[in-house]
Structures are given as structure tokens and as C-alpha cells.
Design a protein around this ligand. Structure first.
Ligand code: PXP
Length: 259
């Protein structure tokens, strides 16, 4: 299993103040030293975190391969081809969403995706499609002759968090909670099974299989154990944890100076 570390959220923090720090480029060597296999970033149409200059600097400075997530918007694709990441992962994108919700709707956008895939491949960029873990989407991806599929783990992650994190805030009776818990356990098992079946099908079709979205320190183990998934892309929880790992030292460094 390999790990792609998504560093978008470093740029989210920088953009909250429109300053220069923290710079996602500074994360590259640290991620590599920690053992990461890949850096993942998302160039959104609204450039809300990573911008074109970040992508350019990240590609120039990284010793790890760069997996660039992007929509099929023609301007974005032109930019991606100029910047030449190792891989482009095509994701659906809506302006108003907080993060990527759901996988690509390949049947609806088949022709557009097909021409983007061909254009990227003609420019020597590996292509991945971010899809829901369904047989329909795996078959549609196979027809498009992409190198990778990345299975959306958001549904699994949401159910996991409802079951193990949110339930303690629930005001229902013990009996109602028990029913809810049993129901959620079934749903979680099904969501995991969908990932197992989809990854098997994709592998049988000769596609390489990645997975990601919403994975964290609590829920990642079962997904990492799925034998046909060879790469996970994880971001938000790593950046969140790094705050708690470094916060105390950051405060004490400041106290040393101000005192
Ligand atoms: N993979 C894809 C395709 C994504 O869009 C994202 C979120 O940008 C991730 C992985 C990482 O998700 P998270 O930040 O929830 O770990």
C-alpha cells in the first residue's frame, strides 16, 4: 500500500490570511522524509487554496511524483498540460461545495471525459478517474482506457463517523440508539464490501486502484487491508493532526521570545 499525502489544507490555512506562511512547498521534503510515496494537490477552478504558482513550484521542487486533481474544465486542463504533473486525477467539481462530493458521473459526461483523457495521455500524463465504488463506474472507466481509478471512500467514512463519533452526541433513548447502531454497522459493512468488490472488478479489468476521501486515523485500517487497493490519498486528517502534534511547541517557542 502506498500513501499520497494531500497538502491542499496547508494552502487553506495560508489563504485564510492571504499571507505566505504556511507554504505547501515546505511540506514536500518533510512528507518524503516521513515515508510518503506521492504528493496530491487539487487545482480548483476557484483557486480557493492551491493556485497555479503553487502547482508549478510543487512540481519543480518535489522529489515525489505529483498527483494533480482537476476538473474537466478546458482552462484547467490546458493549465494541467502546461504544468505536467506525473498524474492527473479527474474529479467532479461544483463551485459551492466544501470538498469533492461524490465521484464522476461518467455516463453523463462520457464524451467530454474521453477527450480530456486522450489529451492528457497524449501529453504523457497518467490519468486517474475519481469514481464512486460501483461496477457501473468501473466498467465506464475501463472503456475510457485510463490508468487508474480512485474509489471515493466518503460514504464509508461518513457512516464510520456517524457510528463511532456522532452517536455520543445523540439524544435518543438507549433502545433507539441500539437500533441506530445496528443499522449503521450493517451500512458500514456494506460500504466496505462495495469498496472490496469495486476494487476487485477494477483490478480484473487491468486498472490500478487508489482510494481516498474522508479517511482518518480511526477508519483507515479496514480500507488499507483491501488487497486490490494499492494507494490511498489522505489529506485533511493529517494536516489536522499535525496541528496537535506541533501546537505545544509552537506556543512555547513564542513564549520564549515574548518573555
Ligand atoms: N482523493 C481525492 C480525489 C480528493 O478529492 C480528496 C480531497 O481533496 C482526497 C483524496 C483527500 O481527502 P481528505 O482530505 O478527506 O483526506
Amino acid at each position: 500500500m502506498t500513501l499520497g499525502v494531500n497538502i491542499d489544507h496547508i494552502a487553506v490555512l495560508r489563504e485564510a490570511r492571504k499571507v505566505q506562511d504556511p507554504d505547501p512547498v515546505d511540506a514536500l521534503s518533510l512528507a518524503r522524509l516521513a515515508g510518503a510515496d506521492q504528493i496530491t494537490i487539487h487545482l480548483r477552478e476557484d483557486r480557493r487554496h492551491i493556485d497555479d504558482n503553487d502547482v508549478r513550484r510543487i512540481i519543480e521542487n518535489s522529489q515525489l511524483p505529483i498527483n494533480l486533481e482537476c476538473s474537466i474544465n478546458p482552462d484547467i486542463i490546458e493549465t494541467v498540460v502546461k504544468l505536467k504533473p506525473h498524474r492527473a486525477t479527474i474529479v467532479p467539481e461544483k463551485r459551492e461545495e466544501v470538498t469533492t462530493e461524490g465521484g464522476l458521473d461518467i455516463p453523463t459526461y462520457h464524451e467530454k471525459i474521453d477527450s480530456v483523457v486522450n489529451f492528457l495521455k497524449a501529453n504523457d500524463i497518467e490519468v486517474s478517474l475519481f469514481i464512486d465504488p460501483t461496477i457501473e463506474m468501473i466498467r465506464a472507466s475501463k472503456i475510457l482506457m485510463v490508468d487508474w481509478v480512485e474509489l471515493h471512500t466518503g460514504k464509508y467514512a461518513n457512516i464510520h463517523s456517524m457510528l463511532y463519533s456522532n452517536l455520543k452526541y445523540n439524544r435518543n433513548s438507549i433502545k433507539e440508539l441500539d437500533i441506530q447502531r445496528r443499522e449503521l454497522k450493517k451500512m458500514l459493512k456494506n460500504a466496505l464490501e462495495q469498496l472490496v468488490i469495486a476494487s476487485q472488478e477494477a483490478k480484473n479489468f487491468g486498472l490500478k486502484v487508489a482510494a481516498g476521501h474522508g479517511l482518518n486515523y480511526q477508519n483507515v485500517k479496514d480500507v488499507a487491508n483491501i488487497k486490490d487497493i494499492e494507494e490511498l490519498n489522505i489529506g485533511q486528517c493529517i494536516i489536522a493532526r499535525s496541528i496537535w502534534i506541533g501546537f505545544q511547541k509552537a506556543v512555547s517557542d513564542m513564549i520564549k521570545i515574548v518573555k
